[in-house]
Design a protein around this ligand. Structure first.
Ligand code: NDP
Length: 475
């Protein structure tokens, strides 16, 4: 389908394709061809403020015991100047640069040079060489799915070091957290800039590049769809999963080790955060092949949003709960701990089962059972640019009958559980649930806009059958 559409690029650029009776701009594949002023303003805002937000959060923990309001208060009342805060901020060190270089090199090595062996002995796990979705230009990329293996090897080495070799302290990440932030930024900006240059001068697949002519938009949202070096080094898969997500659980372990060092014990809240986020990370790697079919890989181009976001935003802001608990060790009463654990596990169950139901339904073309019954669905169709008609199905039973994005609801319940584990003393740990709510609500709207463009009146039938997005009866 995409290959045929790409044969008619002028029609695509004009953005006037008729699909299922709806006039639509070309939004369903990757990012836009044209930039409206609102998108441009949002992008400039993010380019300027996202790095400052990360710095502000981490600095608040380092200098203000995780208070988000005290630094502002100090600055507004003239108690402190920006230069005072900046002068107390740890700088880039050779040690941090060495650690970071070693870390990234090791992850590149695991990604490129060690073919997956987990799928050979783990029943049900899909690893090794897998195909991604069809790109807008009609290409189908092959990926070496070996993230679970990289995660296992890295963590085995981590524990071997902590309990046996003692090459370095398990608090190493916490102890170098701000110097490492500068390294992560250098890599994030370097890789985004490289991706921009590569998109212009030596793209992997020229037909899968998009140019808006606006420098900032192209830098942020990316030009190339699937930039690669050589046959296997895929930027999106590598930066999305490693070094950020492999690091996520190591960062949490380092925080737990720091609690142990400082207070002689690890609190139950820290264990909860480590366990719940650990399950989420492991789930990501267990389902890495499935992940090739999600919006991140299927629709987003590789620019600063993914490059910098994966290097800096994700490892620094997704791990705020653990960082907070180093400064404020919270020991939850058993009832609260159990309640939070249940919320996290139920959230995870909903997230996983909802994703699984759609995956099973689509893989079997509806020839499966959802909750023990034949699935209910709405037949839908869409047309490619060249007029070819395609058929698809939208599931309306199981969790997909409750709401149109119940997988996001489960994700949000899990996110809330991490935050609640930190108690109610400070705002900082709650950043994650606020951010995820904005991210997933925006994603809902973005995805539905795309689906409406694609399915037209059939999508309307679907939204009539399943009227709510996230919370049945509410939204
Ligand atoms: P989904 O997995 O929900 O995929 C949306 C697509 O599924 C739609 O575009 C449509 O594609 C298809 N679809 C929609 N409704 C139906 C239906 N009723 N039946 C069958 N197919 C349907 O979204 P994402 O890719 O965004 O998310 C995947 C997971 O990743 C989610 O669980 C989310 O919570 C998680 N996530 C986590 C993030 C984080 O930072 N922690 C960030 C983003 C996502 P089609 O064109 O094929 O019809």
């Amino acid at each position: 389908m995409a290959a045929r559409r790409e044969k008619n690029p002028s029609a695509e650029r004009k953005g006037k394709n008729t699909q299922n009776g709806t006039q639509t701009s070309q939004v369903q594949w990757g990012r836009a061809w044209e930039v409206d002023w609102f998108s441009l303003a949002s992008i400039l805002f993010l380019l300027i403020f996202a790095p400052l937000i990360v710095y502000y959060f981490i600095m608040s923990c380092d200098q203000y015991q995780c208070s988000l309001t005290d630094p502002l208060f100090d600055l507004l009342t003239g108690n402190k100047h920006l230069s005072d805060i900046w002068s107390r901020t740890p700088t880039l060190t050779y040690r941090a640069a060495g650690i970071y270089t070693l870390w990234v090199t090791f992850q590149v090595f695991l990604y490129v040079f060690i073919p997956d062996f987990c799928h050979k002995f783990l029943p049900g796990y899909v690893g090794g060489v897998q195909e991604g979705a069809v790109t807008p230009a009609g290409a189908v990329n092959k990926y070496e799915i070996n993230g679970l293996q990289a995660w296992i090897i890295t963590h085995v080495l981590w524990f071997a070091n902590a309990y046996y070799f003692h090459w370095f302290s398990p608090t190493i990440i916490f102890d170098n957290w701000i110097p490492l932030l500068w390294c992560a930024n250098i890599l994030g900006y370097a890789v985004s800039t490289f991706a921009m240059i590569k998109g212009h001068f030596f793209p992997t697949n020229a037909k899968d590049c998009k140019f808006t002519g606006n420098f900032f938009y192209d830098y942020m949202m990316g030009i190339e769809f699937n930039p690669r070096i050589g046959k296997w080094f895929d930027f999106k898969l590598f930066f999305n999963g490693r070094p950020g997500i492999v690091a996520w659980t190591l960062i949490n372990l380092s925080y737990a080790a720091k609690q142990q060092e400082l207070y002689g014990q690890v609190t139950n809240s820290m264990i909860l955060v480590n366990v719940l986020q650990g399950i989420y990370v492991l789930d990501f790697f267990w389902n890495e092949a499935w992940y090739l079919k999600t919006i991140d890989i299927c629709h987003d181009h590789f620019g600063w949003y993914l490059g910098w976001g994966d290097c800096v935003w994700l490892p620094y802001l997704y791990t705020l709960q653990g960082l907070y608990l180093v400064y404020h060790p919270v020991q939850l009463c058993t009832a609260n701990a159990v309640g939070i654990l249940m919320l996290g596990l139920i959230g995870y169950y909903i997230f996983r089962m909802t994703n699984h139901q759609k995956d099973l339904f689509r893989r079997t073309n509806g020839n499966c059972k959802i909750w023990g019954k034949k699935p209910e669905y709405i037949e839908c169709s869409y047309m490619s640019v060249d007029g070819t008609k395609f058929y698809s199905k939208l599931l309306t039973s199981g969790f997909w009958g409750w709401a149109r994005h119940f997988n996001y609801t489960g994700d949000l319940m899990g996110s809330l559980a991490y935050c609640l584990a930190c108690g109610f003393q400070h705002l900082l740990p709650y950043f994650y649930i606020v951010y995820m709510t904005i991210l997933l609500t925006h994603r809902c709207i973005r995805d539905e806009h795309r689906c409406f463009s694609k399915y037209g009146k059939d999508w309307k039938c679907y939204t009539a059958a399943v009227p709510y997005r996230l919370l049945p009866g509410v939204f």
